[in-house]
Each structure stands twice: as structure tokens, then as C-alpha cells.
Write a protein that binds this ligand. Structure first.
Ligand code: SF4
Length: 599
């Protein structure tokens, strides 16, 4: 089934800021951490924060030792003062756009104006705004409220930031017609404007709309109302389990949007689930192909096959081991490492799949949570279910691969064993105590951004260097250039997958490159790396650098297109984009395969 994702779906700036503030506090503070009220209106995010040791205060206690985070919706100023008097270290994560509305109210209150808030009386943001405006404050939630309103003297009208635009215009016009001495401030935030506009446009391109978000999220509910008003069947869901797959199967093109408090990883999970639903017009052949692709991606056979073909092509160009041996060395190692790593991670969680509550520091606990459970639970469930056959297959391919490397000599075999050891135990606490206390990390996984680089390095060794070991001394220059290019290409591939999972990784405390430097800067860095790689290949024409590098150009170009399209929000994480990204390896292998004609 075809899915079109709204560009503005998911966390808005204010929610992202509040969640990141909380996660940073969790990481850097050892004391007790709580939010005053639920941080955002999303039960899955709240559950994860709970698992990371963040409590929720529903009332202000008489005494509080520790940090209290004020949520994105803001609170009445009196509550903030009471929290401080109770001894709490208050960290204000109120969204700057909500702060702006609070400032408008404060300013006009000083001038003696009353405040009319158009919004939901029980919404946390409106309760906070009422605290700034009290005592001369009125809340209008319906046309009836607007008609019953009685105002004397000057006043202002503001809006809840997530209010529906049409209702705001209608209610404020009605009030102004009766009491013209007011001033109207349209304080609906940009993000809401764009999200609501986008859902109207999306409705014209699709047959049905799926809205992802918390049941208590007002802006999520509003998106559903807008889509219903546009005459489209609407499926509201908090997560992928809520989807009515049978009903969705009646459509071929479905639009997906999400509320401002819905994390990207939840949207991705819903998209993956919808993509797996056969469309109305899908025949048995396309269904078979789709299932096959899904199986190959889930088991890592597809990506390892790409690696095997690359090794074959490079061995053929450089005169390394025979093609089948080159394929087996790379395929066997890559399949084993991709799968074993995943299972080592799964085992941290114990039988229930739910991590235990933290015992000592929260930081250590976070690293024990498995990101697959958040980012891709379908794959996680698949791995858990087929754990034994996949591990047996991976073990066998690793042995085959090792046996072939053994025949190349003792040094390549030692390198292979070291790669397998560090690859398998990447997620474990393998550093001795002296190193742990010196560098404050227990294993490779805890070194920020290490996975992206180390995986690329392993690919480079197993795809380029080991299959060409017999000619390493004669063709060292070519192999060095090809190895560097392979490292760069795989680094970009890995980092793109990390970008897809950035929000989920942040939640579990995984220190990937995009988590460390941000999504936007990672994409900029990847673009620069690709330009550098392209420059390196072209340099082969004018310098003594081996021309074989030129064969990397199509793969580099495809990755560049992928990064650019992702930056422009033309593609989004899902089965289709994962398949496209992995297919780049096959196209690169095809291009390198042509090298035999020239070298
Ligand atoms: Fe801030 Fe707008 Fe998000 Fe509300 S919807 S938290 S006002 S950015």
C-alpha cells in the first residue's frame, strides 16, 4: 500500500525542546527528577520517561528535593513559585510560543485589560494562561460560550496555541461584533497552522487518513476532525496496534499525519505497519515480492548479500580470491554480525522484553534499553520469534567465512577473529575496570558515535581487504583507495539509518552521531562526506590515485540523491526507503562489476 506522510507530522519545536530538556536532565543529574503534570500528551513517551526514572507530580508537595521540569504547555505563575518554595530546582521547559502568549496577557493585564482565551477550558496550556490573566479572565470553548460572554471595559482575545483556525476566527468575530473595544491576538502557533493546512491538502491526494497521536492530545483530535470535515475516512491511533488493518486494506493510497506530541519513532512504526497491508489492487505476484523483500530485510540477508556482491566485484577487479570465496567471506561475516548484535541487545531485556527499573545511576540503565523495541518493534518481534534459526544460520555463515579467511594466512585470520570478537560483543561491557573508571565507558557501544564508524570500518575490511589479501602487497594503492571509499559509503549508509531512528535512540540513551550532533548537522556532514568521496574518485583521473575509484561514482551519486530527498522531506523512514537505501549497495556492486572491463 502506498503511504504519503505529511511533512509536519510529529514533534513540534516546543515538544521536542521539552523532551530533550528532560532527557538531558536525566543524563546529567543524579538526583530525583519529576515533571509537574505529564510532560506532553503522549502515553508512549511518558512510559519511556517513566522507565528512565522520571516521575510525574500531580500535586505540589510540601517538600521536594530534586529537579522539577515544567512541561511545554506551561503552568500558572503561582504554581512555579510554590514549587520553588517547596525546595525544588525548577527547570522551565515551557514552549517559547506559549511564553509569548503569557507575555501578551501579562502586558495587557498591567494596562487594565481583561483576557478572553479561546480554547479548551481543561487543557493544561489554558489553565496556565488563566493563571497569568486571573482574575479578569474568560474561556470560550464554543459558539454558545461566545454568545453568552459578558464583557465590560477593554479586553484582549488570545487563542490556545493549538486551536482550530476557523473556530478561532468565528468565535473572535462573534465576540468583537458585540464588544468592539477588544484587541484580537491570533496566537495559534505556526506549527499548528501548517499542520492543519497540510492535512487539508493531504486529504485531496489520498483515499483515507491515519492520524497518529495520544487520545488526550487536543491537536491530534483536531487533525482528525479536519480530515473528517474534508470527507475522508479517518483512522485515529496511538500506536500500530490500534490500526484497523482490514478496513485499511480497502484503500490503495493512505495519508499519515500526527499530532505535535507524537514521536517520529511511533509514526515510523505505524507507517511500517500500513506498508505491510496489501493494497486493494495488489495481485498475488506483487504480494509475494513484497513479502520476500520484507523477509530479506528482516533477516539482514539483503544487506549482507549486497556486501557479498561488492566483495565479489572488488576481488574480480583487483585479482583477489575467487568470486564465490569473496562473496562467502563478506556475506557470512556481515550476516552473522548484523544478527548477533541484535540478539545481544535483545538479551539485555530479559524474558519479558521490558527492561528492569534502574538500580543505581539512570545513565547505565538507559544503555541497557534496547532501541529496536522502540524504533522497529515488528523487526524486534520477528527476531525474538525466530531467534534460534537466525542465530544458527548466522553461526554457520560465520564459520564458513572464518574457514575461508584461515586459508589466507594467520594474520588475516587474527584480524577476522578480532573483528568477530569486537563485532559480537559491541553491545557488552567489555572494557576492564581500569579503563571504565578512566574513560567513564563500559564498552564500545558507549563511545559516542562509535557504531557508525566501527561498522563502516568492519565493512571496509571484510569487503575490500580480506578478499584481496593475496594481492595486498602488489595492489596496496588501489585497495587503500577502494577501502577508504567503501568506509565512506557505508559510514553514510549507517548514519542515515541512525538519522531515521534518532528520536527513539535519544529516548533510550543510545549515543549515535545524530543524537550527539543533531539530525540537521548530521545530514549536512553526510552531504560533505559524499562530496569529498566524489572528489576523491574524480581525483583519480588527474593524479596517480587509482582510477578504480571512479566506479564508486554511481553509488555516491545515489546516496547523495537519497540524503537530499530526505533533507527535503520527500522520503521518510519505512520499508520502501530501507529497501531503496540497501539497493544502493547492489547498484554499486553492479558498477564495480564493470571494472573488469577496464582493469
Ligand atoms: Fe509550542 Fe506550537 Fe508546539 Fe504548542 S504546538 S508546544 S505552541 S510549538
Amino acid at each position: 500500500m502506498k503511504v504519503i506522510l505529511a511533512k509536519k507530522a510529529g514533534f513540534c519545536m516546543g515538544v521536542r525542546r521539552a523532551v530533550e530538556t528532560t532527557l538531558k536532565t536525566v543524563q546529567h543529574s543524579d538526583g530525583r527528577i519529576a515533571t509537574y503534570g505529564p510532560l506532553i500528551h503522549n502515553p508512549q513517551v511518558l512510559q519511556l520517561l517513566d522507565e528512565r526514572g522520571v516521575d510525574v507530580l500531580s500535586e505540589i508537595p510540601a517538600q521536594h528535593n530534586g529537579t522539577v521540569i515544567i512541561r511545554a504547555h506551561g503552568v500558572p505563575p503561582q504554581d512555579k513559585e510554590r514549587l520553588e518554595s517547596a525546595g525544588a530546582r525548577v527547570q522551565d521547559a515551557t514552549c517559547p510560543r506559549v511564553m509569548k502568549v503569557q507575555a501578551i496577557i501579562k502586558k495587557h493585564k498591567k494596562e487594565g485589560r481583561a483576557t478572553v482565551i479561546i480554547g479548551d477550558k481543561n487543557h493544561a496550556e489554558v489553565i496556565g494562561l488563566m493563571g497569568y490573566a486571573a482574575p479578569a479572565v474568560h474561556v470560550v470553548s464554543s459558539l454558545a460560550d461566545a454568545d453568552e460572554l459578558q464583557l465590560v471595559g477593554p479586553y484582549i482575545i488570545v487563542s490556545q496555541t493549538t486551536q482550530d483556525e476557523q473556530s478561532f476566527q468565528e468565535y473572535s468575530a462573534r465576540i468583537m461584533a458585540r464588544f468592539p473595544q477588544g484587541k484580537v491576538f491570533d496566537t495559534i502557533c505556526d506549527s499548528t497552522h501548517k499542520r492543519q493546512h497540510e492535512v487539508r491538502v493531504l486529504c485531496q491526494q489520498v483515499e483515507a487518513i491515519v492520524v497518529v497521536g495520544g487520545k488526550s492530545s487536543a491537536n491530534t483530535q483536531r487533525l482528525g476532525e479536519i480530515a473528517t470535515g474534508m470527507g475522508r475516512p479517518v483512522f485515529m491511533c496511538e500506536n500500530e496496534a490500534d490500526l484497523d488493518l482490514a478496513a485499511l486494506g480497502q484503500f490503495d493510497v493512505v495519508g499519515v499525519t500526527a499530532g505535535a506530541s507524537t514521536p517520529t519513532w511511533m509514526i515510523n512504526r505505524v507507517i511500517r505497519q500500513i506498508e505491510a497491508v496489501p493494497g486493494r489492487q495488489e495481485g498475488p505476484f506483487s504480494r509475494l515480492i513484497r513479502r520476500l523483500v520484507w523477509f530479506l530485510l528482516m533477516t539482514n540477508i539483503y544487506v549482507s548479500g549486497g556486501g557479498g556482491l561488492l566483495a565479489m566485484a572488488i576481488a574480480a577487479i583487483c585479482g583477489g580470491v575467487p568470486p564465490l570465496a569473496a562473496f562467502t567471506i563478506a556475506f557470512g561475516y556481515l550476516l552473522a554480525m548484523h544478527n548477533i548484535n541484535r540478539f545481544v541487545g535483545l538479551n539485555f531485556q530479559g524474558a519479558s522484553g521490558r527492561p528492569a527499573r534502574p538500580k543505581a545511576g539512570k545513565r547505565g540503565y538507559a544503555l541497557e534499553m534496547h532501541p529496536g523495541k522502540i524504533n522497529d518493534p515488528v523487526q524486534e518481534r520477528f527476531c525474538r520469534h525466530f531467534c534460534r534459526p537466525i542465530l544458527v544460520l548466522s553461526g554457520m555463515t560465520l564459520v564458513f567465512s572464518g574457514a575461508l579467511v584461515w586459508q589466507l594466512g594467520s594474520l588475516p585470520f587474527v584480524i577476522f577473529i578480532a573483528m568477530s570478537f569486537f563485532g559480537s560483543l559491541y553491545g557488552s561491557h567489555i572494557f576492564p575496570h581500569s579503563l571504565q573508571s578512566l574513560f567513564k565507558v563500559k564498552g564500545l557501544k558507549e563511545i559516542p558515535g562509535s557504531k557508525t564508524f566501527l561498522v563502516a570500518l568492519a565493512w571496509s575490511l571484510v569487503v575490500v581487504i580480506l578478499p584481496c589479501w593475496p594481492v595486498l602487497s602488489e595492489r596496496g594503492g588501489v585497495l587503500l583507495v577502494l577501502g577508504l571509499l567503501m568506509l565512506g559509503v557505508i559510514y553514510v549508509r549507517n548514519a542515515l539509518f541512525d538519522v531515521f531512528d534518532v528520536q527513539g535512540d535519544k529516548m533510550v540513551g543510545k549515543e549515535t552521531l545524530p543524537v550527539c550532533i543533531g539530525e540537521r548537522r548530521t545530514l549536512q556532514l553526510l552531504t560533505r562526506i559524499l562530496l569529498l568521496l566524489a572528489g576523491l574518485t574524480v581525483a583519480g583521473i588527474a593524479t596517480p590515485l587509482p582510477m578504480a575509484g571512479l566506479l564508486f561514482l554511481p553509488g555516491i551519486f545515489l546516496l547523495w540523491i537519497f540524503v537530499s530527498m530526505y533533507r527535503k522531506e520527500r522520503i521518510f523512514p519505512g520499508l520502501a526507503s530501507t529497501f531503496m537505501l540497501e539497493t544502493t549497495l547492489y547498484i554499486l556492486a553492479l558498477s564495480l562489476g564493470q571494472g573488469r572491463l577496464f582493469f
